[in-house]
Design a protein around this ligand. Structure first.
Ligand SMILES: Nc1ncnc2c1ncn2[C@@H]1O[C@H](COP(=O)(O)OP(=O)(O)OP(=O)(O)O)[C@@H](O)[C@H]1O
Ligand SMILES: [Mg+2]
Length: 320
């Protein structure tokens, strides 16, 4: 199995589940290749953390890393914020100003929540992504800026494209490499390691003794659905660390949602009395995953919580 050293930029991404390690392997190769990257994943799955690791392990590590939240850009100012403006370009523009693009020159631009970027700006961004050319508001000159783009989204961009809300050409330019971060349900085996890490982090931050988790608390954490993913787990660890510093945390000490989630079976699936045909079920699920993913094997593997290699092995095993 692939291992990365502690001083590796990716070491801040905690977890050893195969599905995560497979994404990290791709990320390490992509970081060095200096191509644009699209990171997809539900809220709280670590997209920004991944973007930082990509930047830190790239040849642009010592250059600027500029973060833009596309959802928070005021519509009227979006173009000048992004590409800068000339003096007198509009009322209040009393000096020439750089935009995010110029500020990131030589480095990396992290376009967070790219799915929220207005269509009008998507067209201008497309030209910039294609050849690094942009135009300040109020200028007739083009300038060329060397910037690598890492974009992130928790929307399904394919769906936004179908709805005419996201440009297909921009999507293909940005997604030279796509990294799909698994949600916490797909990597439950990482929960103990992540929880330990966050409890230690909280204790260090608060200058207190570190909490430990009892077996029943850990079981409960492993059962819970984690709609807020890793951010939610981190918040729970911060919560118990603040209230019970240095103590052993039991199930009763966990927030209500978590301690009341069902624990009947570890998978949430109950085996019927008459049993099942596991082999046929596996074949059927693999076929369904391939159908959902439109034949994309990496996506199908992710739908089943498997690494691509483990998925390919099963395809071969069942002669599919
Ligand atoms: N694998 C991980 N190891 C350690 N910490 C992590 C990991 N993944 C995420 N985190 C932490 O969880 C929190 C949420 O991560 P991050 O902000 O990167 O998520 P996100 O996908 O950008 O979320 P959103 O879509 O809501 O913006 C951060 O504090 C981050 O440091
Ligand atoms: Mg984020």
């Amino acid at each position: 199995m692939f291992k990365f050293s502690n001083n590796d930029a990716f070491a801040s991404i905690i977890g050893h589940s195969p599905i995560l390690e497979s994404v990290i392997r791709t990320a390490q190769i992509a970081a060095a290749a200096d191509v644009h990257i699209l990171i997809e994943g539900e809220t709280g799955t670590g997209k920004e953390l991944m973007a930082q690791a990509l930047q830190q392990s790239s040849k642009r590590a010592n250059q600027p890393f500029v973060i833009i939240n596309c959802a928070a850009l005021p519509e009227a100012l979006v173009e000048s914020l992004m590409f800068g403006h000339e003096k007198g370009a509009f009322t209040g523009a009393d000096e020439r100003k750089d935009g995010y693009v110029q500020k990131a020159s030589g480095g990396t631009l992290f376009l967070d929540e790219i799915g929220e970027l207005p269509l009008s700006l998507q067209a201008k961004l497309l030209r910039f992504v294609e050849n690094g050319e942009c135009q300040r508001v109020g200028s007739h000159e083009h300038e060329t800026v060397d910037v690598r783009i890492i974009a992130a989204t928790n929307h399904n961009l394919l769906q936004l494209m179908d709805q005419g809300k996201f440009r297909q050409d921009l999507f293909y330019r940005l997604s030279v490499v796509t990294l799909q971060l698994p949600n916490l349900q797909q990597r439950r085996r990482d929960i103990p390691e992540l929880a330990k890490h966050f409890l230690l982090e909280a204790a260090q931050r608060n200058h207190t003794e570190v909490c430990t988790l009892s077996a029943d608390a850990l079981t409960q954490l492993k059962q819970y659905a984690w709609p807020g993913n890793i951010r939610e787990l981190k918040n729970v660890c911060a919560h118990v660390s603040a209230l019970l510093p240095g103590e052993v945390i039991h199930k009763e000490n966990l927030p209500l949602d978590i301690r009341e989630c069902k624990t009947s079976s570890s998978s949430g699936y109950t085996l019927p009395e008459h049993g099942i045909d596991l082999e046929s079920l596996e074949i059927d699920l693999i076929k369904q995953a391939l159908k959902h993913s439109g034949g994309n094997k990496s996506k199908a593997a992710r739908l089943l919580g498997l690494s691509r290699d483990a998925f390919l092995y099963r395809l071969k095993k069942h002669d599919l």
